[in-house]
Design a protein around this ligand. Structure first.
Ligand SMILES: [Zn+2]
Length: 294
């Protein structure tokens, strides 16, 4: 039996159906389709809209076979609906303190230097200035007993400055948790006498009374403070402050780097090759390295 008024929706789908049962009169593959249902003697028209839903299967006779609506998995959010969250850029972390120390080392004005005369009576030609601090060292002013040391006390031959940088770098590699190494006096800008006229230099502080350097005149000498057991970046204030294990490593590294002499404090117990590592009075807070002239 044909239901009047509904065949216009889809003429080809018109088919009779039993009374009392839902009868599909029109099906379309368009995004929207309308189904007319006839219940008993009355007709109810229901408009159903499905967006992008596949057409339901139609059994022979035009009956609608129930097919479940497609369901999206909970995580399958259409791309257009996703909230666009910018992906944070992974910038390399820059430590400004470390960068400043690296910059100081990079700015060293290297040039071939000339150690003239002897360490006790000489001068320095074309010296190189050790920076006031670096990645693995700080400088210590033995006259004012503070860091940093003024540039006027930090001149050496290019070879001496390279040796210092190489040793402190090797020391830091072997002791990554150790504090930086304290570097004391090298030579004056053009070498020459470095005695009490340039500040009274003492052991464990100027108050102990010591009139300055006899040597340190031609860019081949450098004082290096023993590391402290408390890890502070300052010179030892007394013998008990000295970390003798780390201090011995510094002695060994300077010997390996070609030092002609390494003078150490008589009370420190530091040792090394006889003739190279020698105990010397007033060196219980620092070691003194001298490079050979050649
Ligand atoms: Zn010295």
């Amino acid at each position: 039996m044909r239901t009047p008024g509904t065949g216009a929706f889809c003429p080809s789908a018109a088919a009779p159906a039993d009374r009392g049962r839902a009868t599909l009169r029109s099906v379309s593959r368009l995004p929207a389709f309308f189904a007319a249902l006839t219940l008993g003697g009355g007709a109810v028209v229901v408009a159903v809209t499905l967006l992008r839903a596949p057409a339901p299967a139609i059994a022979s006779g035009g009956a609608l076979v129930a097919s479940p609506l497609p369901q999206l998995a909970p995580h399958a959010v259409p791309a257009a609906d996703r909230i666009r969250t910018p992906i944070p850029r992974l910038e390399p972390k820059v430590d400004p303190v470390l960068a400043a120390r690296e910059a100081l080392e990079s700015a060293i004005a290297w040039r071939p230097s000339r150690p003239l005369g002897s360490p006790n009576a000489g001068t320095l030609g074309d010296g190189v200035v050790l920076p006031r601090e670096g990645v693995h060292f700080f400088t210590w002013d033995p006259f004012r007993w503070r860091t940093p040391s003024p540039a006027s006390r930090r001149h050496g031959t290019d070879r001496l400055v390279r040796t210092v940088l190489g040793v402190v770098r090797a020391y830091a590699r072997a002791n990554p948790d150790a504090p930086r190494v304290g570097i004391g006096d090298l030579s004056r800008p053009e070498g020459g006498p470095f005695d009490a006229r340039f500040g009274v230099v003492g052991e464990f502080g100027p108050a102990r009374g010591y009139l300055g350097h006899v040597s340190h005149q031609n860019g081949l000498d450098v004082d290096v403070y023993y590391p402290r057991v408390d890890g502070a970046e300052r010179a030892p204030d007394r013998l008990e402050d000295v970390d003798r294990v780390l201090a011995q490593q510094l002695v060994d590294l300077f010997v390996a780097a070609g030092a002609e002499f390494v003078f150490v404090g008589p009370r420190t117990g530091l040792t090394g090759p006889p003739g190279v590592v020698q105990p010397l009075a007033r060196h219980d807070d620092h070691l003194h390295v001298r490079l050979p002239p050649g």
